[in-house]
Ligand binder design. Structure first.
Ligand code: PMP
Length: 334
């Protein structure tokens, strides 16, 4: 028998897919961890269950309680579905600039969605800071209390990745993985997987993949949290060192422009049938760059964070792409 237990039992143990085009082009094994196959559709299902189980263990999340979070969308979807499966209500605060598809999905799954203007972290109206205040208010007014998931600074997030995603990549490659590339939103995936791989083989190279408009690349490259340019990718890019990112084992860094990531997304869709979101493109583009640096014969793993349908109105919308001077998929270009 091979039966999984509901939503929770279906999170994780995702396949590691050999990406043929990028592998052939570099003579390396470029492998994508298929996180878009998680039941909530993204890598963030893992953070959601890790954070909820940790809050239960610490006794701060009570039966029938409310989970509050600020999110670009995917963590909210994961938390709402975990909440549905375990009997918790979810209140999700999201910047209004995020894709319509993620907003629709959050409403569909029954989250109490609060959209706020996209403001920098230093502004008290920022979605993360708004969600912290809202959680404190609801902790007083909700009959069974409320907790703030706090995915950015709650290290249960990276610990979940250390124990699952990182261990799985090691086991799925029989310990042959030479390098791992990953973009940063909270930093949970990069840090957790990085730690798990380094614990097993300190020589594994951990490489940050950063979009433009994020300050993390410059933090590692020149020791300054300085952002330049912009990106249409969602869920990644960071302006501060979160608790999840703090102490992450990072050996190298690549800054990837959107057009380089999009060309890979369109190619993986058309030649391999993989429909991926923007951050997956940033991750694969960094894996290709690392493969070129290391030379043929190496194994590089990365994360395929979520699926492309979540961004149909942006990444696969010729009018939107043209307006941003970005490449348009040939089959949509008419
Ligand atoms: N890609 C997507 C699509 C995401 O939603 C996120 C999380 N916000 C990430 C990548 C980054 O993952 P992490 O938070 O673990 O750094």
């Amino acid at each position: 028998m091979d039966i999984r237990d509901g939503f929770i039992g279906t999170i994780g143990n995702t396949p590691l897919i050999r990406l043929e085009g990028p592998s052939k082009a570099t003579g390396c094994n470029i492998l994508g961890k298929a996180e878009f196959l998680n039941p909530g559709g993204s890598v963030k299902d893992r953070a959601a269950i890790a954070i909820v189980r940790d809050a239960e263990r610490r006794g701060v999340l009570k039966p029938g309680g409310t989970i509050v979070e600020g999110t670009a969308g995917n963590t909210g979807i994961g938390l709402a579905l975990v909440g549905n499966a375990l009997g918790y209500r979810t209140v999700i605060v999201m910047p209004e600039t995020q894709s319509q598809e993620k907003k629709d999905m959050l409403r569909l799954v029954g989250a109490d969605l609060r959209l706020v203007p996209a403001l920098p972290y230093k502004d008290p109206g920022n979605y993360v800071r708004y969600s912290e205040r809202l959680a404190a208010e609801l902790a007083e007014s909700e009959p069974n209390g409320a907790v703030w998931a706090n995915q950015f600074d709650n290290t249960a997030n990276r610990e979940g990745h250390r124990q699952t995603t990182g261990r799985e990549i090691w086991e799925q490659t029989d310990g042959t993985v030479d390098a791992f590339t990953c973009a940063v939103g909270t930093g949970g995936t990069l840090a957790g997987v990085g730690m798990a791989l380094k614990e097993r083989n300190p020589k594994v190279r951990i490489v940050l993949a950063d979009p433009f408009g994020s300050a993390i690349y410059n933090h590692y490259a020149i020791g300054e949290l300085k952002a330049e340019g912009s990106s249409i990718t969602e869920g990644i890019g960071q302006g501060r060192i979160t608790a999840n990112l703090d102490g992450a084992p990072v050996d190298d860094w690549e800054q990837i422009p959107d057009d380089e990531a999009l060309e890979l997304i369109f190619d993986l869709l058309k030649t391999q049938g993989l429909v991926l979101g923007g951050s997956s493109g940033i991750n694969v583009a960094a894996a290709v760059r690392v493969a070129r640096k290391l030379g043929p014969g190496h194994t590089i793993a990365t994360i395929l964070c979520d699926g492309g349908q979540r961004y149909q109105s942006k990444l696969f919308n010729p009018a939107f792409l043209r307006e941003k001077n970005l490449p348009v998929p040939s089959w949509l270009d008419n």
